[in-house]
Design a protein. Structure first.
Length: 147
């Protein structure tokens, strides 16, 4: 029981620093903290792969990740790097479409993950923000396809 309580406190403190979740009430972050699972990846590990079906949402706890998109000619384009507090995997969960990009660990990467059912149930209050951010991603990805 103490382990669960410690995990909750650790995640609640972490979630308070995630820009996407700042607007949530403490009890909402509390519920999310209880549902999060910690996952660790080694350098070069693929966390999500472009084209796969989405089953989890991730928030980076520590380390960095690289976002890569493969165009229709099979050429990989490095889009950007992600760091602590950044999140990914939400697009496929919101749209039920395949993953838009591949996310790989750059060094050791620790993420908090949330499965699809918990994502839909617990992140309702921030879905509008996520969708607005998703529209920004679409603009960036379309630019790559045109190049």
């Amino acid at each position: 029981m103490e382990n669960t309580s410690r995990k909750r406190r650790m995640y609640e403190a972490f979630l308070e620093e995630v820009p996407l979740l700042v607007s949530l009430e403490p009890y909402e972050r509390h519920k999310i903290a209880d549902a999060l699972e910690s996952v660790t990846f080694s350098d070069g590990d693929v966390v999500i792969r472009q084209g796969d079906v989405g089953d989890c949402f991730y928030i980076i706890e520590a380390g960095e990740a690289t976002v890569t998109q493969t165009d229709e000619n099979g050429v990989d384009h490095i889009m950007h790097a992600m760091k602590k507090g950044d999140y990914f995997g939400e697009l496929a969960l919101l749209t039920d479409k395949p993953r838009k990009a591949t996310i790989s660990a750059k060094g050791r990467l620790k993420c908090a993950s949330l499965g699809k059912k918990a994502f839909v149930r617990l992140l309702g209050p921030v879905v509008d923000i996520i969708k607005r951010n998703a529209n920004n991603y679409e603009t960036v990805y379309q630019k790559v396809e045109l190049e």
